[in-house]
Design a protein. Structure first.
Length: 298
């Protein structure tokens, strides 16, 4: 029998079920753990430099000046579980432990259809029933519970962007990394700081949170919702241009906020080294509402 450790979000805090000792770490409490807001809120599109309102869009080419436009979705933590419906579908307890955000029914059997069939979400925007997850953060044997995540959808290319197709699966970063990854993909910082992200977590000031940032590929092959290695169907843009034959999507940026850590050299991840930070996205948006929101980025 697999011993599973699950953290279930409930009104006013967390209900922890399972045996923490079975996985070798305990839970580090967070005093400001958010609850799931009941209201469905739509985040406004923010314009980058020179974005303006976009005007008439200049025909099929769109308005390159809208580059940098974005919208944001905030989500509370959902569950912690040793499942991964992208890499290990159908297998419970076989994955390293992940912190999930978004869809509240996500498990090893999650599919694109089930994400929409069970749309309850920890995100403030009720149209977003996607699954987002990262490996659990551990400090000296104690699981560090995040206080929330901010997910930004940004137009990072000069071409027009379209919404991620329903059921698209993405992974950013490497779960096997033992050395620093490119900080353009995975980085650490402190909340409220304008400093560039670094490869290693740092000790933040008393009023700051520790922030992990992961950026996903924004160029899709236009055909496959997944690939054998879960990465080959997408790629990163070069100089704000997607490769020929690919489709430009908004770039997803996840910023996970953790309580300030007074000791950072003892930090690790359930996937291994602190350098192994990575993130998964499984699109479960209400697709019509998602497409309308993304269209406003052009």
């Amino acid at each position: 029998m697999n011993k599973r450790f699950t953290t279930i979000l409930v009104a006013g805090g967390l209900l922890v079920a399972g045996v923490a000792g079975a996985i070798g770490f305990t839970q580090q409490a967070s005093a400001d753990q958010p609850t799931v807001p009941a209201a469905d809120t739509t985040q406004a599109v923010r314009r980058g430099p020179g974005g303006g309102a976009g005007g008439n869009g200049g025909g099929n080419g769109g308005n390159g000046g809208a580059r940098g436009a974005s919208f944001r979705v905030s989500c509370a933590p959902a569950v912690v579980d040793a499942v991964d419906p992208i890499v290990m579908p159908g297998h419970a307890g076989m994955s390293h432990f992940h912190q999930f955000f978004g869809n509240l029914a996500i498990d090893e059997n999650t599919t694109a259809a089930s994400l929409r069939a069970e749309p309850a979400t920890s995100c403030r925007n009720g149209a977003d029933s996607s699954g987002y997850w990262v490996p659990t953060l551990i400090n000296n044997g104690a699981m560090v519970s995040p206080t929330g995540v901010e997910i930004t959808y940004r137009k990072s290319v000069s071409a027009r962007v379209v919404a991620h197709p329903a059921g698209l699966m993405l992974i950013a970063g490497s779960s096997k990394a033992t050395e620093a990854q490119a900080t353009s993909i995975v980085s650490w910082s402190c909340s409220g700081s304008n400093a560039a992200g670094t490869a290693n977590p740092t000790v933040c000031s008393n009023r700051q949170s520790l922030v992990a940032t992961i950026r996903f590929p924004e160029c899709w092959d236009g055909v496959n919702l997944d690939s054998a290695d879960h990465k080959s169907h997408v790629s990163y843009a070069a100089n704000r241009v997607c490769a020929a034959g690919t489709v430009a999507l908004p770039q997803i940026e996840m910023r996970i906020n953790y309580p300030r850590q007074t000791a950072v050299t003892t930090l690790s991840l359930a996937s291994g080294s602190i350098y192994s930070m990575h993130a998964d996205f499984f699109n479960g948006w209400n697709q019509r509402r998602f497409e309308r929101q993304v269209a406003r980025l052009n």
